[in-house]
Structure formats: structure tokens, C-alpha cells
Write a protein that binds this ligand. Structure first.
Ligand SMILES: CC(C)(COP(=O)(O)OP(=O)(O)OC[C@H]1O[C@@H](n2cnc3c(N)ncnc32)[C@H](O)[C@@H]1OP(=O)(O)O)[C@@H](O)C(=O)NCCC(=O)NCCS
Length: 179
């Protein structure tokens, strides 16, 4: 059951708490390299940063979750296709498994469509994201230079029908994600 959560655009006065929240969310994750909070800070200063795609989940005045989408390019050598990368997404540990992450993702998808984006790419839990329509990026021949533990963690979703039809190539992640 989703509690009475408001999803809204992040504003500057949220910045410090969102960094803390991100650290808290990832702190106990075995896969975490412990720098997701710094990644949020870097992405906020990235040239492509879109404030409308940095969203917080608020419950009774407390921000309990955050999600960020940043533009990227898929390059097939002849053409470049614009897309987004989802991440990080964070929910405070004591508020997880109540549908807040799902609400952030769905609302983020809607905002992205309103802004004209048609797809999203991510690296994440293969058990979690398929419920939001994500499939392995290999479905479309979309590739990454990153060395990943398995193929199924690299996923993409079409936000509009057929958005990735005829799209393939190498994902050029924003440099803020690192090598
Ligand atoms: C991932 C995260 C954002 C999900 O937020 P949430 O509010 O707990 O998610 P929801 O309530 O919408 O969905 C809960 C479901 O997600 C699943 N889930 C949560 N974390 C998961 C994980 N690490 N791996 C697989 N599934 C996960 C839960 O098991 C639950 O599944 P169920 O519905 O089948 O019981 C949150 O757990 C979190 O902040 N985790 C730590 C940071 C993180 O891992 N971020 C994502 C990196 S890819």
C-alpha cells in the first residue's frame, strides 16, 4: 500500500538532504561502491542536468525518496539517438517496499514523456525494473562499454510505442558516471 506520498521536483533547499538520503539508501547495498551520493552531486552540476527530472518523494514534510534522469546518447556510428539514464534512485531504508520507488519511477517516466523523451536506459536490479516495462537492452542491440556482472542488469524501456525500433548502438553515458 503506497502511503500518502507527493512526488515533486527537487528544489535547491532539498539538495543537502537528498545527498544524505542517497548515502543512507545505498549504505547497506552489497553492490554499492559508496559513491552514489557524490554521483547525484556531480549529475546536478552536469551540463545536461534537467531540474524537472530530479524528483523527490515527500511524506508529511519529510523527503523519503529521490530519482534522477539525465540525458545520454546512443551512437551507432552513423546516427545518434537521444535517451535518458535513470539513476540513482533511492528510498530511505525504513520507507522501502511501500511502493515509493515505483511511484518515483512512474512519475519520472511521465515527466520524461512530457519533455519529449521516448526511452530510458539503466543499470540496475533485474528483478525490480521489468515491472516498469524494462527489458534487457540487448533486445534492441543497445550496448555499453561498462563491464557488468551480467547482461540482464543493463536495461531499457520504451516510454512510447516503438520508441526504440531501429535504435541500436553504444550508449554514451554522461561522463559524470565515470569510466
Ligand atoms: C530500489 C529502491 C529504490 C526501490 O524502492 P522501494 O520504494 O523499496 O520500491 P517499491 O516499494 O516500489 O517496490 C518494492 C519491490 O522492490 C523490490 N526491491 C527493492 N530493492 C530491491 C533490490 N535491491 N533488488 C531486487 N528487488 C528489490 C522489493 O523486493 C519489492 O518487491 P516485491 O514488490 O516483489 O515485494 C529502494 O529499495 C532503494 O532505495 N534501494 C537502495 C538503493 C538502490 O538499490 N537503488 C537502485 C539501484 S539500481
Amino acid at each position: 500500500m503506497t502511503p500518502n506520498i507527493t512526488i515533486r521536483k527537487e528544489i535547491p533547499k532539498d539538495h543537502n538532504w537528498v545527498i544524505e538520503l542517497t548515502a543512507k539508501a545505498f549504505e547497506t547495498m552489497p553492490f554499492s561502491e559508496g559513491d552514489e551520493d557524490k554521483l547525484v552531486a556531480r549529475l546536478r552540476n552536469a551540463p545536461g542536468f534537467i531540474p524537472e527530472l530530479s524528483l523527490v518523494a515527500e511524506l508529511d514534510g519529510l523527503i523519503v525518496g529521490h530519482i534522477l534522469f539525465t540525458p545520454l546518447v546512443i551512437d551507432n556510428g552513423q546516427q545518434q539517438f537521444e535517451s535518458l539514464v535513470l539513476g540513482p534512485v533511492s528510498v530511505l531504508p525504513e520507507f522501502q517496499k511501500q511502493g515509493i520507488g515505483g511511484k518515483l519511477i512512474r512519475t519520472g517516466h511521465q515527466k520524461a514523456v512530457e519533455l519529449g523523451f521516448r526511452s530510458v536506459i539503466l543499470i540496475g536490479h533485474p528483478e525490480y525494473y521489468p515491472r516498469f516495462g524494462y527489458k534487457p537492452s540487448s533486445t534492441w542491440g543497445i550496448k555499453t562499454h561498462y563491464e557488468l556482472p551480467s547482461d540482464d542488469v543493463f536495461m531499457a524501456v520504451e516510454l512510447t510505442d516503438g520508441a526504440l525500433k531501429n535504435v541500436s548502438g553504444m550508449v554514451i553515458f554522461p561522463p559524470e558516471f565515470g569510466e
